[in-house]
Design a protein around this ligand. Structure first.
Ligand SMILES: Nc1ncnc2c1ncn2[C@@H]1O[C@H](COP(=O)(O)OP(=O)(O)O)[C@@H](O)[C@H]1O
Ligand SMILES: [Mg+2]
Length: 463
Protein backbone atom coordinates (compact mmCIF):
# COMPACT_ATOMS: atom_id res chain seq x y z
CA UNK A 1 0.00 0.00 0.00
CA UNK A 2 1.93 3.00 -1.24
CA UNK A 3 -0.46 5.67 -0.19
CA UNK A 4 -3.17 5.48 2.41
CA UNK A 5 -6.35 7.28 1.63
CA UNK A 6 -7.53 9.56 4.37
CA UNK A 7 -10.18 11.92 3.22
CA UNK A 8 -13.80 11.12 2.36
CA UNK A 9 -16.60 12.11 4.58
CA UNK A 10 -16.61 11.41 8.30
CA UNK A 11 -19.30 9.27 9.83
CA UNK A 12 -21.89 11.53 11.40
CA UNK A 13 -22.14 9.85 14.75
CA UNK A 14 -23.03 12.84 16.86
CA UNK A 15 -26.41 13.75 15.45
CA UNK A 16 -29.31 13.09 17.75
CA UNK A 17 -33.00 13.92 17.65
CA UNK A 18 -35.05 14.61 20.73
CA UNK A 19 -34.06 11.25 22.07
CA UNK A 20 -33.97 9.90 25.59
CA UNK A 21 -30.77 11.75 26.40
CA UNK A 22 -30.95 14.81 24.17
CA UNK A 23 -31.20 17.08 27.21
CA UNK A 24 -27.76 16.02 28.40
CA UNK A 25 -25.15 18.54 27.26
CA UNK A 26 -22.23 17.52 29.42
CA UNK A 27 -21.43 16.32 32.91
CA UNK A 28 -22.22 19.66 34.54
CA UNK A 29 -18.98 19.96 36.48
CA UNK A 30 -17.19 23.12 37.61
CA UNK A 31 -13.49 23.78 37.01
CA UNK A 32 -12.58 21.88 40.18
CA UNK A 33 -14.52 18.90 38.78
CA UNK A 34 -17.22 19.21 41.46
CA UNK A 35 -20.70 18.38 40.19
CA UNK A 36 -23.02 21.38 40.10
CA UNK A 37 -26.46 20.60 41.47
CA UNK A 38 -28.24 21.18 38.16
CA UNK A 39 -26.11 21.92 35.12
CA UNK A 40 -25.84 20.98 31.44
CA UNK A 41 -29.07 19.00 31.78
CA UNK A 42 -27.64 16.88 34.58
CA UNK A 43 -29.23 16.57 38.01
CA UNK A 44 -27.86 14.95 41.19
CA UNK A 45 -25.86 11.69 40.97
CA UNK A 46 -22.98 13.89 42.06
CA UNK A 47 -20.29 11.41 42.98
CA UNK A 48 -20.72 9.33 39.83
CA UNK A 49 -20.57 12.49 37.70
CA UNK A 50 -17.49 13.66 39.51
CA UNK A 51 -15.78 10.29 39.03
CA UNK A 52 -16.66 10.39 35.32
CA UNK A 53 -15.20 13.90 35.19
CA UNK A 54 -11.90 12.79 36.69
CA UNK A 55 -11.63 10.08 34.06
CA UNK A 56 -12.44 12.58 31.30
CA UNK A 57 -9.74 14.87 32.59
CA UNK A 58 -7.18 12.08 32.37
CA UNK A 59 -8.32 11.27 28.83
CA UNK A 60 -8.02 14.90 27.77
CA UNK A 61 -4.52 15.14 29.17
CA UNK A 62 -3.68 12.02 27.19
CA UNK A 63 -2.54 10.35 30.39
CA UNK A 64 -4.44 7.12 30.18
CA UNK A 65 -5.13 4.54 27.54
CA UNK A 66 -6.36 1.03 27.87
CA UNK A 67 -8.23 1.66 31.09
CA UNK A 68 -11.74 0.57 31.68
CA UNK A 69 -14.59 1.92 33.74
CA UNK A 70 -17.78 0.19 34.82
CA UNK A 71 -20.95 2.16 35.51
CA UNK A 72 -23.06 -0.06 37.72
CA UNK A 73 -26.46 0.71 39.14
CA UNK A 74 -30.18 0.06 39.01
CA UNK A 75 -32.19 0.71 35.84
CA UNK A 76 -32.98 4.36 35.26
CA UNK A 77 -30.27 5.79 37.48
CA UNK A 78 -28.53 7.67 34.68
CA UNK A 79 -25.74 5.30 33.60
CA UNK A 80 -26.32 5.87 29.91
CA UNK A 81 -26.93 9.55 30.61
CA UNK A 82 -23.52 9.89 32.25
CA UNK A 83 -21.81 8.16 29.34
CA UNK A 84 -23.55 10.58 26.96
CA UNK A 85 -22.43 13.45 29.17
CA UNK A 86 -18.86 12.25 28.85
CA UNK A 87 -19.20 12.07 25.08
CA UNK A 88 -20.56 15.63 24.90
CA UNK A 89 -17.69 17.05 26.93
CA UNK A 90 -14.94 15.29 24.99
CA UNK A 91 -14.62 17.83 22.22
CA UNK A 92 -14.93 17.05 18.53
CA UNK A 93 -11.43 15.71 18.05
CA UNK A 94 -11.65 12.89 20.55
CA UNK A 95 -13.55 9.98 19.07
CA UNK A 96 -16.47 8.44 20.93
CA UNK A 97 -17.99 5.16 19.79
CA UNK A 98 -21.05 3.56 21.27
CA UNK A 99 -22.41 0.06 21.10
CA UNK A 100 -25.11 -1.81 22.99
CA UNK A 101 -24.16 -5.31 24.06
CA UNK A 102 -27.11 -6.82 22.26
CA UNK A 103 -26.14 -5.24 18.92
CA UNK A 104 -23.22 -7.61 18.62
CA UNK A 105 -25.62 -10.46 18.05
CA UNK A 106 -27.54 -8.83 15.25
CA UNK A 107 -24.74 -7.62 13.00
CA UNK A 108 -23.84 -9.50 9.86
CA UNK A 109 -20.32 -10.14 11.02
CA UNK A 110 -18.66 -12.06 13.79
CA UNK A 111 -18.95 -10.67 17.31
CA UNK A 112 -15.23 -10.13 17.62
CA UNK A 113 -15.02 -8.36 14.26
CA UNK A 114 -17.82 -6.03 15.38
CA UNK A 115 -15.96 -5.36 18.62
CA UNK A 116 -12.72 -4.76 16.73
CA UNK A 117 -14.46 -2.22 14.51
CA UNK A 118 -15.94 -0.53 17.56
CA UNK A 119 -12.49 -0.32 19.16
CA UNK A 120 -10.99 1.22 16.04
CA UNK A 121 -13.84 3.72 15.83
CA UNK A 122 -12.69 4.90 19.24
CA UNK A 123 -9.06 5.46 18.27
CA UNK A 124 -8.29 8.71 16.50
CA UNK A 125 -5.28 9.61 14.42
CA UNK A 126 -4.29 13.24 14.05
CA UNK A 127 -2.34 13.58 10.84
CA UNK A 128 -0.36 16.62 9.74
CA UNK A 129 -0.03 17.05 6.03
CA UNK A 130 1.46 19.70 3.82
CA UNK A 131 -0.66 20.50 0.83
CA UNK A 132 -0.26 22.91 -2.02
CA UNK A 133 -3.00 25.43 -2.49
CA UNK A 134 -3.64 28.20 -4.94
CA UNK A 135 -5.06 31.19 -3.12
CA UNK A 136 -6.11 34.43 -4.71
CA UNK A 137 -8.78 36.91 -5.67
CA UNK A 138 -10.86 36.06 -8.71
CA UNK A 139 -10.39 38.63 -11.44
CA UNK A 140 -12.48 36.87 -14.03
CA UNK A 141 -14.20 33.58 -14.74
CA UNK A 142 -14.68 32.99 -18.42
CA UNK A 143 -16.49 29.93 -19.68
CA UNK A 144 -16.67 29.07 -23.38
CA UNK A 145 -19.97 27.50 -24.31
CA UNK A 146 -19.53 24.79 -26.93
CA UNK A 147 -20.77 26.00 -30.32
CA UNK A 148 -22.86 22.90 -30.94
CA UNK A 149 -25.21 21.86 -28.16
CA UNK A 150 -24.08 18.59 -26.61
CA UNK A 151 -20.62 18.84 -28.16
CA UNK A 152 -17.44 18.01 -26.26
CA UNK A 153 -17.16 19.28 -22.69
CA UNK A 154 -16.89 22.93 -21.78
CA UNK A 155 -13.61 24.76 -21.39
CA UNK A 156 -12.78 28.07 -19.83
CA UNK A 157 -10.28 30.33 -18.13
CA UNK A 158 -9.91 31.53 -14.55
CA UNK A 159 -7.87 34.62 -13.75
CA UNK A 160 -6.59 34.91 -10.18
CA UNK A 161 -4.46 37.59 -8.58
CA UNK A 162 -2.62 38.44 -5.42
CA UNK A 163 -1.31 41.90 -4.57
CA UNK A 164 1.85 40.95 -6.48
CA UNK A 165 0.89 38.78 -9.41
CA UNK A 166 -1.87 37.67 -11.74
CA UNK A 167 -2.16 34.33 -13.54
CA UNK A 168 -4.62 32.81 -15.99
CA UNK A 169 -5.49 29.13 -15.47
CA UNK A 170 -7.12 26.84 -18.03
CA UNK A 171 -10.29 25.19 -16.78
CA UNK A 172 -11.56 21.67 -17.46
CA UNK A 173 -15.14 20.49 -17.14
CA UNK A 174 -14.68 19.35 -13.55
CA UNK A 175 -13.32 22.69 -12.36
CA UNK A 176 -16.07 24.55 -14.20
CA UNK A 177 -18.64 22.48 -12.38
CA UNK A 178 -16.95 23.07 -9.02
CA UNK A 179 -16.80 26.83 -9.63
CA UNK A 180 -20.48 26.81 -10.54
CA UNK A 181 -21.41 24.89 -7.45
CA UNK A 182 -19.62 27.35 -5.18
CA UNK A 183 -21.09 30.23 -7.23
CA UNK A 184 -17.65 31.75 -7.61
CA UNK A 185 -17.59 35.18 -9.25
CA UNK A 186 -15.10 37.93 -9.72
CA UNK A 187 -14.21 39.61 -6.46
CA UNK A 188 -14.30 36.38 -4.45
CA UNK A 189 -11.21 35.23 -2.60
CA UNK A 190 -10.85 31.49 -3.11
CA UNK A 191 -8.49 28.64 -2.28
CA UNK A 192 -8.03 25.63 -4.55
CA UNK A 193 -6.50 22.47 -3.14
CA UNK A 194 -4.09 21.33 -5.84
CA UNK A 195 -4.30 17.63 -5.07
CA UNK A 196 -8.06 17.26 -4.86
CA UNK A 197 -9.20 20.28 -6.85
CA UNK A 198 -11.50 21.24 -4.01
CA UNK A 199 -12.52 24.89 -4.09
CA UNK A 200 -13.18 26.85 -0.90
CA UNK A 201 -14.62 30.33 -0.89
CA UNK A 202 -12.76 32.31 1.76
CA UNK A 203 -14.63 35.59 1.44
CA UNK A 204 -14.91 38.69 -0.74
CA UNK A 205 -12.26 41.22 -1.50
CA UNK A 206 -12.53 44.62 0.23
CA UNK A 207 -12.20 46.26 -3.18
CA UNK A 208 -15.74 44.97 -3.79
CA UNK A 209 -17.21 46.17 -0.51
CA UNK A 210 -19.48 48.53 -2.37
CA UNK A 211 -21.36 45.37 -3.47
CA UNK A 212 -22.32 44.98 0.17
CA UNK A 213 -25.97 45.85 -0.32
CA UNK A 214 -26.35 43.27 -3.01
CA UNK A 215 -24.62 40.53 -1.05
CA UNK A 216 -26.22 40.73 2.38
CA UNK A 217 -24.61 40.84 5.81
CA UNK A 218 -23.27 37.25 6.00
CA UNK A 219 -20.40 37.81 3.60
CA UNK A 220 -16.93 38.04 5.06
CA UNK A 221 -14.81 40.78 3.50
CA UNK A 222 -11.05 40.34 3.40
CA UNK A 223 -7.83 41.70 1.93
CA UNK A 224 -6.64 40.47 -1.43
CA UNK A 225 -3.99 37.82 -0.54
CA UNK A 226 -0.35 38.86 -0.92
CA UNK A 227 2.74 37.00 -2.14
CA UNK A 228 2.73 34.02 -4.48
CA UNK A 229 -0.49 32.47 -5.75
CA UNK A 230 0.77 28.98 -4.90
CA UNK A 231 1.34 28.32 -1.23
CA UNK A 232 2.20 25.39 0.99
CA UNK A 233 -0.16 24.97 3.88
CA UNK A 234 -0.12 22.62 6.81
CA UNK A 235 -3.45 20.95 7.38
CA UNK A 236 -4.42 18.64 10.22
CA UNK A 237 -6.87 15.81 9.61
CA UNK A 238 -8.48 13.88 12.39
CA UNK A 239 -9.74 10.47 11.41
CA UNK A 240 -10.37 7.25 13.25
CA UNK A 241 -8.49 4.05 12.54
CA UNK A 242 -11.80 2.52 11.49
CA UNK A 243 -12.31 5.20 8.86
CA UNK A 244 -8.86 4.52 7.44
CA UNK A 245 -9.66 0.79 7.45
CA UNK A 246 -12.93 1.23 5.58
CA UNK A 247 -11.61 3.62 2.97
CA UNK A 248 -8.65 1.42 2.22
CA UNK A 249 -10.57 -1.82 2.07
CA UNK A 250 -13.14 -0.49 -0.37
CA UNK A 251 -10.44 -0.58 -3.01
CA UNK A 252 -11.18 -4.30 -3.30
CA UNK A 253 -13.49 -2.91 -5.95
CA UNK A 254 -16.77 -4.58 -6.69
CA UNK A 255 -16.03 -7.41 -4.27
CA UNK A 256 -16.88 -4.97 -1.51
CA UNK A 257 -20.43 -5.07 -2.83
CA UNK A 258 -20.76 -8.65 -1.69
CA UNK A 259 -19.35 -8.10 1.76
CA UNK A 260 -21.81 -5.31 2.54
CA UNK A 261 -21.05 -1.65 3.09
CA UNK A 262 -18.25 -2.15 5.55
CA UNK A 263 -18.30 -5.88 6.01
CA UNK A 264 -15.48 -7.68 7.68
CA UNK A 265 -12.15 -6.01 7.21
CA UNK A 266 -9.28 -8.32 6.44
CA UNK A 267 -6.64 -8.48 9.10
CA UNK A 268 -3.89 -7.84 6.52
CA UNK A 269 -5.45 -4.48 5.74
CA UNK A 270 -5.43 -3.58 9.42
CA UNK A 271 -1.87 -4.75 9.87
CA UNK A 272 -0.68 -2.63 6.95
CA UNK A 273 -2.50 0.37 8.31
CA UNK A 274 -1.07 -0.10 11.79
CA UNK A 275 2.43 -0.31 10.35
CA UNK A 276 1.91 2.80 8.28
CA UNK A 277 0.49 4.74 11.22
CA UNK A 278 3.43 3.65 13.39
CA UNK A 279 5.77 4.96 10.69
CA UNK A 280 4.01 8.30 10.59
CA UNK A 281 4.21 8.55 14.36
CA UNK A 282 7.95 8.04 14.25
CA UNK A 283 8.31 10.68 11.58
CA UNK A 284 6.27 13.06 13.71
CA UNK A 285 3.54 13.21 11.06
CA UNK A 286 0.82 11.63 13.14
CA UNK A 287 -0.37 11.33 16.71
CA UNK A 288 -2.72 8.81 18.26
CA UNK A 289 -5.75 10.24 20.05
CA UNK A 290 -7.25 7.58 22.30
CA UNK A 291 -10.99 8.08 22.48
CA UNK A 292 -13.80 6.43 24.38
CA UNK A 293 -15.62 3.23 23.56
CA UNK A 294 -18.90 2.88 25.44
CA UNK A 295 -20.54 -0.53 25.65
CA UNK A 296 -23.99 -0.32 27.21
CA UNK A 297 -25.72 -3.40 28.65
CA UNK A 298 -22.37 -5.13 28.88
CA UNK A 299 -23.88 -8.21 30.56
CA UNK A 300 -25.17 -9.15 27.09
CA UNK A 301 -21.61 -9.98 25.99
CA UNK A 302 -20.50 -13.58 26.16
CA UNK A 303 -17.27 -15.14 27.31
CA UNK A 304 -15.62 -14.83 23.86
CA UNK A 305 -16.33 -11.12 23.77
CA UNK A 306 -15.02 -10.64 27.27
CA UNK A 307 -11.74 -12.32 26.48
CA UNK A 308 -11.47 -10.19 23.34
CA UNK A 309 -11.89 -7.09 25.51
CA UNK A 310 -9.19 -8.31 27.88
CA UNK A 311 -6.74 -8.67 25.01
CA UNK A 312 -7.73 -5.49 23.24
CA UNK A 313 -7.16 -3.40 26.34
CA UNK A 314 -3.53 -4.48 26.40
CA UNK A 315 -2.91 -2.94 23.00
CA UNK A 316 -0.79 0.15 23.11
CA UNK A 317 -3.32 2.16 21.12
CA UNK A 318 -6.34 1.06 23.15
CA UNK A 319 -9.08 3.59 23.87
CA UNK A 320 -10.76 4.10 27.23
CA UNK A 321 -13.46 1.51 27.63
CA UNK A 322 -16.61 2.50 29.50
CA UNK A 323 -19.16 -0.23 30.13
CA UNK A 324 -22.51 -0.12 31.90
CA UNK A 325 -24.76 -2.72 33.44
CA UNK A 326 -27.75 -2.97 35.74
CA UNK A 327 -27.21 -6.63 36.60
CA UNK A 328 -26.22 -7.99 39.99
CA UNK A 329 -24.65 -11.41 40.41
CA UNK A 330 -25.63 -13.33 37.31
CA UNK A 331 -24.50 -15.97 34.85
CA UNK A 332 -21.73 -15.03 32.43
CA UNK A 333 -23.16 -15.70 28.97
CA UNK A 334 -21.66 -18.70 27.29
CA UNK A 335 -20.71 -20.33 30.59
CA UNK A 336 -22.41 -21.89 33.60
CA UNK A 337 -20.59 -19.64 36.02
CA UNK A 338 -22.00 -16.75 37.96
CA UNK A 339 -20.10 -13.59 38.62
CA UNK A 340 -20.78 -10.00 39.76
CA UNK A 341 -22.53 -8.06 36.93
CA UNK A 342 -22.14 -11.13 34.69
CA UNK A 343 -18.57 -10.03 33.96
CA UNK A 344 -15.68 -12.52 34.36
CA UNK A 345 -13.44 -11.81 37.34
CA UNK A 346 -10.29 -11.22 35.27
CA UNK A 347 -11.95 -8.37 33.36
CA UNK A 348 -13.74 -7.11 36.45
CA UNK A 349 -10.38 -6.79 38.11
CA UNK A 350 -9.28 -4.21 35.54
CA UNK A 351 -12.35 -2.05 35.91
CA UNK A 352 -12.70 1.10 37.93
CA UNK A 353 -16.24 0.84 39.23
CA UNK A 354 -18.55 3.84 39.47
CA UNK A 355 -21.92 3.19 41.07
CA UNK A 356 -25.09 5.17 40.50
CA UNK A 357 -27.71 5.65 43.22
CA UNK A 358 -31.52 5.84 43.01
CA UNK A 359 -32.86 9.40 42.78
CA UNK A 360 -34.61 11.34 45.50
CA UNK A 361 -38.04 12.83 44.92
CA UNK A 362 -36.54 16.28 44.50
CA UNK A 363 -34.07 15.05 41.86
CA UNK A 364 -36.81 13.25 39.96
CA UNK A 365 -38.80 16.46 39.95
CA UNK A 366 -35.84 18.38 38.51
CA UNK A 367 -35.13 15.79 35.82
CA UNK A 368 -38.81 15.87 34.80
CA UNK A 369 -38.67 19.68 34.63
CA UNK A 370 -35.69 19.48 32.30
CA UNK A 371 -37.41 16.91 30.12
CA UNK A 372 -40.53 19.10 29.88
CA UNK A 373 -38.36 21.95 28.67
CA UNK A 374 -36.55 19.71 26.19
CA UNK A 375 -39.83 18.46 24.74
CA UNK A 376 -41.32 21.95 24.90
CA UNK A 377 -44.24 20.84 27.04
CA UNK A 378 -45.84 23.27 29.42
CA UNK A 379 -47.18 21.70 32.56
CA UNK A 380 -49.08 23.12 35.51
CA UNK A 381 -47.63 23.02 38.99
CA UNK A 382 -50.07 20.34 40.22
CA UNK A 383 -49.48 18.19 37.15
CA UNK A 384 -45.72 18.31 37.76
CA UNK A 385 -46.29 17.34 41.35
CA UNK A 386 -48.41 14.38 40.33
CA UNK A 387 -45.92 13.30 37.69
CA UNK A 388 -43.11 13.42 40.26
CA UNK A 389 -45.14 11.19 42.57
CA UNK A 390 -45.61 8.77 39.69
CA UNK A 391 -41.86 8.89 39.02
CA UNK A 392 -41.13 7.94 42.62
CA UNK A 393 -43.82 5.29 42.73
CA UNK A 394 -43.39 3.63 39.36
CA UNK A 395 -40.12 4.66 37.70
CA UNK A 396 -38.35 7.71 36.35
CA UNK A 397 -38.47 6.35 32.81
CA UNK A 398 -42.20 5.72 32.99
CA UNK A 399 -42.77 9.29 34.22
CA UNK A 400 -40.62 10.65 31.38
CA UNK A 401 -42.71 8.72 28.85
CA UNK A 402 -45.88 10.20 30.29
CA UNK A 403 -44.67 13.72 29.42
CA UNK A 404 -45.07 13.14 25.68
CA UNK A 405 -48.26 11.15 26.09
CA UNK A 406 -49.92 13.70 28.37
CA UNK A 407 -48.94 16.53 26.02
CA UNK A 408 -50.83 14.71 23.27
CA UNK A 409 -53.83 14.23 25.53
CA UNK A 410 -53.72 17.94 26.27
CA UNK A 411 -53.54 18.78 22.56
CA UNK A 412 -56.51 16.57 21.91
CA UNK A 413 -58.71 18.58 24.25
CA UNK A 414 -57.22 21.74 22.67
CA UNK A 415 -55.47 22.83 25.88
CA UNK A 416 -52.14 24.65 26.09
CA UNK A 417 -50.93 23.55 29.48
CA UNK A 418 -50.80 19.96 30.62
CA UNK A 419 -53.04 19.58 33.68
CA UNK A 420 -53.64 16.84 36.24
CA UNK A 421 -56.47 15.43 34.14
CA UNK A 422 -54.12 14.79 31.21
CA UNK A 423 -51.62 12.98 33.40
CA UNK A 424 -54.46 11.04 34.95
CA UNK A 425 -55.76 10.04 31.57
CA UNK A 426 -52.49 8.64 30.25
CA UNK A 427 -51.66 7.06 33.59
CA UNK A 428 -54.72 4.90 33.12
CA UNK A 429 -54.06 4.31 29.42
CA UNK A 430 -50.50 3.09 29.85
CA UNK A 431 -49.55 0.73 32.63
CA UNK A 432 -46.24 0.88 34.41
CA UNK A 433 -44.42 -2.33 35.22
CA UNK A 434 -45.87 -2.73 38.71
CA UNK A 435 -49.45 -2.45 37.61
CA UNK A 436 -48.84 -4.53 34.53
CA UNK A 437 -47.35 -7.27 36.65
CA UNK A 438 -50.25 -7.14 39.03
CA UNK A 439 -52.65 -7.41 36.13
CA UNK A 440 -50.79 -10.40 34.79
CA UNK A 441 -50.91 -12.10 38.17
CA UNK A 442 -54.66 -11.73 38.21
CA UNK A 443 -55.32 -12.84 34.65
CA UNK A 444 -52.38 -15.11 34.05
CA UNK A 445 -54.35 -18.16 33.11
CA UNK A 446 -55.73 -16.41 30.04
CA UNK A 447 -52.29 -15.81 28.47
CA UNK A 448 -50.13 -18.25 26.55
CA UNK A 449 -47.24 -20.00 28.29
CA UNK A 450 -48.18 -18.76 31.72
CA UNK A 451 -46.40 -20.33 34.64
CA UNK A 452 -48.55 -19.37 37.53
CA UNK A 453 -46.85 -19.07 40.87
CA UNK A 454 -43.40 -18.74 39.34
CA UNK A 455 -42.16 -15.84 41.50
CA UNK A 456 -38.80 -15.57 39.74
CA UNK A 457 -40.26 -14.60 36.39
CA UNK A 458 -42.28 -11.71 37.65
CA UNK A 459 -39.44 -10.18 39.61
CA UNK A 460 -37.14 -10.52 36.62
CA UNK A 461 -39.56 -8.36 34.65
CA UNK A 462 -39.08 -5.47 37.00
CA UNK A 463 -35.38 -5.06 36.35
N1 LIG B 1 -28.75 12.71 36.55
C1 LIG B 1 -29.57 12.89 35.52
N2 LIG B 1 -29.83 14.11 35.06
C2 LIG B 1 -30.66 14.27 34.02
N3 LIG B 1 -31.30 13.30 33.38
C3 LIG B 1 -31.11 12.04 33.80
C4 LIG B 1 -30.22 11.78 34.89
N4 LIG B 1 -30.22 10.45 35.10
C5 LIG B 1 -31.06 9.91 34.21
N5 LIG B 1 -31.59 10.85 33.41
C6 LIG B 1 -32.55 10.59 32.33
O1 LIG B 1 -33.44 9.61 32.78
C7 LIG B 1 -33.68 8.59 31.81
C8 LIG B 1 -33.21 7.24 32.30
O2 LIG B 1 -31.83 7.26 32.54
P1 LIG B 1 -30.77 6.28 31.83
O3 LIG B 1 -29.47 6.99 31.71
O4 LIG B 1 -31.34 5.72 30.59
O5 LIG B 1 -30.66 5.15 32.94
P2 LIG B 1 -29.81 3.81 32.94
O6 LIG B 1 -28.92 3.80 31.74
O7 LIG B 1 -29.06 3.87 34.24
O8 LIG B 1 -30.80 2.69 32.96
C9 LIG B 1 -32.94 9.06 30.57
O9 LIG B 1 -33.82 9.78 29.76
C10 LIG B 1 -31.85 9.95 31.13
O10 LIG B 1 -31.42 10.89 30.17
MG1 LIG C 1 -28.96 2.52 30.11
Amino acid sequence: MAELKLSESRDLTRIERIGAHSHIRGLGLDSALEARDVSEGMVGQTSARKAAGVILQMIKEGKIAGRAVLLAGQPGTGKTAIAMGMAKSLGLETPFAMLAGSELFSLEMSKTEALMQAFRKAIGVRIKEETEVIEGEVVEVQIDRPAVAGAASKTGKLTLKTTEMETVYDLGAKMIEALGKEKVQSGDVIAIDKASGKITKLGRSFSRSRDYDAMGPHIKFMQCPDGELQKRKEVVHCVTLHEIDVINSRTQGFLALFTGDTGEIRSEVREQIDTKVAEWREEGKAEIVPGVLFIDEVHMLDIECFSFLNRALENEMAPILVVATNRGITTIRGTNYKSPHGIPIDLLDRLLIITTQPYTEDEIRKILDIRCQEEEVEMSEEARHLLTKIGVDASLRYAIHLITASALACQKRKGNIVEMEDINRVYHLFLDVKRSTQYLMEYQSQYMFSEEGDEDDTTAMQS
